[in-house]
Design a protein around this ligand. Structure first.
Ligand code: DC
Length: 227
């Protein structure tokens, strides 16, 4: 594995539905590491803003709510298809984080520099402890620039849309492929063109295209990478 040297942290970045979290989870399980999906933190901050009845356009108020939101990620506490349980100020919000209203506002909230600074601070605290696979958009570039292994996971927009539709179908939600594709393209644009910490591969990241490969194949390949 990894030429005999095990990386203490692995940074994984990539666009929505690229397969990065699935791959991160498989890698974390294989190594006995913690998986931190940082998108959850931005989603939880967004939900906190919406629950507080604050306009997501109001940067100052959003910042205050995000800074005080208590976000706790625990191993799954229920057997309902979840991979983990997320508590926001003590309340289980695991499924609500995937709701339409969060989907529609999260890119805006995640673009505010003060929100990012707070989330990055929290993420580094976890990264400093080691034995973690951290997944997001700016992990290799900003959060953990010294990570010994950085991966940039991509797949075509069409394939990502198809995967998202299949995931939702499993949860009993029917979505039209064209709508999901349009949403993915718009989120890609927002995430990669934002001013602060845009989505991009670190110079030293290994690029992994998952369009034509299943997650197990991808993970087997990653485990052969030299560190
Ligand atoms: O991976 P996801 O779809 O759950 O991410 C939700 C949003 O959070 C998405 O708009 C990108 C943003 N995000 C970010 O800006 N930086 C991260 N490290 C993780 C997610």
């Amino acid at each position: 594995m990894f030429n005999g040297k095990i990386p203490s942290v692995i940074a994984i970045d990539g666009p929505a539905a690229s397969g990065k979290t699935t791959i991160g989870k498989l890698l974390a399980d294989r190594l006995g590491y913690l998986l931190l999906d940082t998108g959850i933190m931005y989603r939880a901050a967004t939900l906190a803003v919406l629950e507080a009845g604050i306009d997501p356009e109001n940067e100052v108020m959003v910042m205050a709510v995000a800074e005080s939101a208590e976000i706790e990620i625990q191993p799954a506490t229920q057997d309902d298809g979840r991979q983990y349980t997320v508590l926001l100020d003590g309340k289980d919000v695991t499924w609500e984080l995937r709701s339409e209203r969060v989907d529609q506002n999260v890119s805006l909230v995640a673009a505010y520099p003060a929100v990012r600074a707070e989330m990055v601070r929290r993420q580094r605290e976890i990264g400093d402890k080691g034995c973690v696979v951290m997944v997001g958009r700016d992990i290799g570039t900003v959060v953990l620039p010294d990570a010994p292994l950085k991966l940039y996971v991509t797949a075509s927009a069409e394939e990502r849309a198809r995967r998202r539709v299949a995931d939702k179908e499993e949860q009993g939600i029917d979505l039209a492929l064209e709508d999901v594709l349009a949403d993915i393209r718009s989120r890609d644009k927002q995430d990669s063109e934002r001013e602060h910490s845009p989505l991009m591969a670190a110079d030293d990241a290994v690029q992994i295209d998952t369009t034509r490969h299943d997650p197990d194949e991808v993970v087997s390949h990653i485990l052969t990478l030299p560190i």
